[in-house]
Design a protein around this ligand. Structure first.
Ligand code: FMN
Length: 166
């Protein structure tokens, strides 16, 4: 038994979040076009998986309303946020009904919203959804990708936002 698990093997949620929060991440907004309506959520769990074939992943809570919409669409766009896009992150980390109000974006080739000013974007077809406990591991097959803005990334660490410095 570890020092954070009880006798049933359950992990203390607060300690889990606190310890895992020591791993810094970038922030992406995953977008999809679901029956003509844009959808999206902020994630820190984006990662590259494979070059050949080109695969990426993110993990999303099974309670996310956007997860079902990404699944229905079968396509999504990963938008890598820049250091000046914290406000956008906060909106997409909410459960607002209209996260796209006042936001500049254009449809990518797969119709998913590509957010103006993001550092980079990756268009994907939904390749596989894997059970990840209370989250789903979403694996995307890359169909197109590019960079669209010079600048530093938005970072998230121990519950706060920051910038990259050398
Ligand atoms: C920096 C940051 C990173 C996040 N990373 C994730 C993540 O990797 N997976 C996830 O499911 N939620 C993540 N969230 C929380 C979601 O963005 C949040 O639950 C959002 O309300 C989900 O929206 P939805 O229910 O409309 O899909 C993150 C939030 C922040 C601020």
């Amino acid at each position: 038994m570890s020092d954070i698990a009880d006798s049933s093997g359950s992990v203390d949620a607060a300690k889990y979040r606190q310890v895992l929060g020591h791993f810094p991440t970038g922030v992406c907004v995953i977008t999809a076009m679901d029956a003509g309506t844009p959808a999206g959520l902020a994630v820190g769990s984006f990662a590259s998986v494979s070059l050949d074939p080109a695969l990426v992943l993110f993990c999303t809570s099974n309670t996310s309303s956007t997860l079902a919409r990404i699944s229905a669409s079968g396509k999504f766009c990963v938008n890598v946020l820049g250091e000046d896009q914290e406000d956008i992150c906060r909106v997409f980390a909410s459960r607002s009904d209209d996260k796209f109000a006042g936001l500049g974006w254009k449809p990518s080739a797969n119709h998913a919203p590509r957010i103006d000013g993001c550092l980079a974007w990756v268009d994907c077809d939904l390749h596989q959804s894997v059970d990840g406990g209370d989250h789903t591991i979403v694996i995307g097959a890359v169909t197109d990708l590019g960079m669209q803005h010079e600048g530093g990334p938005l970072l998230f660490y121990r519950g706060g936002y920051g910038r990259f410095a050398v």
